[in-house]
Design a binder for this molecule. Structure first.
Ligand code: ATP
Ligand code: FE
Length: 356
């Protein structure tokens, strides 16, 4: 199967073509991502109206670019997959309408894909993981532990009850006058800092389960910063590094402990090929990654972190999720209603309990 994927649910306009021949390693023939960062930079966040317009303007261009890069014409494809939620509704609608138009013009089968399913199925594209595996989605907008049992079969073990970790990194960067996106700048600053200097809270560790919380941590950083600024009439460079390192250590401790619990629940299912995969921009953090790798090794699970370009928003993951759904026998034209909210564990109710 050769499938075109289309993604426009947040601030990246993306198109990609993935080919999967049974018995062979799937191939990403093209993967085009056009970011909107510059358009939103002045507003300190993604502006939905601006995003929707930019998607509408750029979608046909990224599709053309993806076809050109793959050296294929539309009629050489076997299907089209498009993100139909969750996300900013204007962008999602723009993608779904373009996909509908392409499908109507070519007669190709169309498949709606949950953006989160795209992230969650990526380790099968990159590393051929077998079901069931444990997944941690950790990004600017999401933080959740999922057991991926099948193409449309997800069990959520827990997640954040407030901010996502990427959001916390971004806010901490803002508090400490470091550049955006905050993750990379906080990580770089933390490299020379002392992670034990400030004792920041480890939210929800005292509670059972896999839920997480990050907003209190951010407030604790704010208080520590204000105390330093008051004492020094400014924020000394070394103190800023210590604060970044202490914050990063707190995020890492919390995620590692919750991952330990999620792995225990997952390992109790006695998976034949146990694996723990991460996705999302925050998975780029080396300190976090090393800690999660250690937790996986302790539990006896293989640790998988797809290349960063496939961990952050892209359309190859949508094309791949489309291929998986076509192969699983999900009828064409399924899930084409654009949805702002679409929790993974209620995906395609018709399929749940179908015995996969
Ligand atoms: P989503 O895809 O869930 O809607 P998003 O588009 O914000 O959200 P991503 O593109 O996956 O998410 O990731 C971006 C986030 O990852 C940002 O918040 C950024 O600060 C964070 N991030 C990137 N690199 C690092 C790093 N090295 N350490 C920590 N966080 C990081
Ligand atoms: Fe995403």
């Amino acid at each position: 199967l050769t499938v075109l994927g289309i993604e426009s649910s947040c601030d990246d306009t993306a198109a990609a073509i993935v080919r999967d021949v049974e018995g062979q390693t799937p191939q990403i023939l093209s993967n085009v991502v056009m970011g909107q960062g510059a358009l939103h930079a002045a507003y300190g966040g993604v502006v939905p109206e601006i995003a929707a317009r930019a998607h509408a303007e750029k979608l046909d261009l990224v599709v053309e670019a993806a076809l050109a890069e793959a050296g294929l014409e539309l009629r050489a494809l076997d299907g089209i997959a498009v993100t139909s939620g969750p996300g900013l509704i204007g962008g999602v609608l723009a993608g779904v309408m373009l996909a509908r138009g392409l499908a109507a013009a070519t007669g190709l089968p169309l498949m709606g894909v949950n953006h989160l399913a795209g992230h969650a199925l990526t380790p099968r594209l990159t590393d051929g993981l077998a079901f069931p595996y444990l997944m941690l989605l950790v990004s600017g907008g999401h933080c959740q532990f999922l057991v991926v049992r099948g193409v449309d079969d997800y069990v959520r073990l827990g997640g954040t009850i407030d901010d996502a970790p990427g959001e916390a990194f971004d806010k901490v960067a803002r508090l400490l006058a470091l550049p955006q996106p905050g993750g990379p700048s906080v990580e770089a600053t933390a490299a020379t800092g002392d992670p034990a200097r400030f004792s920041l809270p480890r939210p929800l560790l005292d509670r059972p389960g896999c839920d997480l919380s990050f907003s209190g941590l951010k407030t604790a950083v704010l208080r520590a910063r204000d105390a330093l600024v008051a004492a020094h009439a400014g924020l000394p460079r070394a103190d800023r590094a210590d604060l970044c390192a202490s914050f990063q250590a707190a995020v890492t401790d919390v995620l590692a402990e919750k991952a330990r619990r999620a792995l225990a629940t997952y390992m109790a299912l006695a998976p034949a090929q146990p694996a723990f995969a991460v996705a999302g921009g925050v998975a780029a953090n080396q300190t976090l990654r090393a800690a999660l790798e250690g937790v996986a090794a302790q539990a006896g699970a293989r640790f998988v972190a797809p290349p960063l370009a496939l961990c952050t928003d892209n359309a190859a993951m949508i094309a791949w999720a489309g291929i998986e759904r076509f192969r699983a026998g999900v009828p064409r034209d399924a899930d084409l209603v654009a949805r702002p909210r679409w929790p993974l564990d209620t995906q395609s109710p018709a399929l749940i309990g179908a015995g996969r």
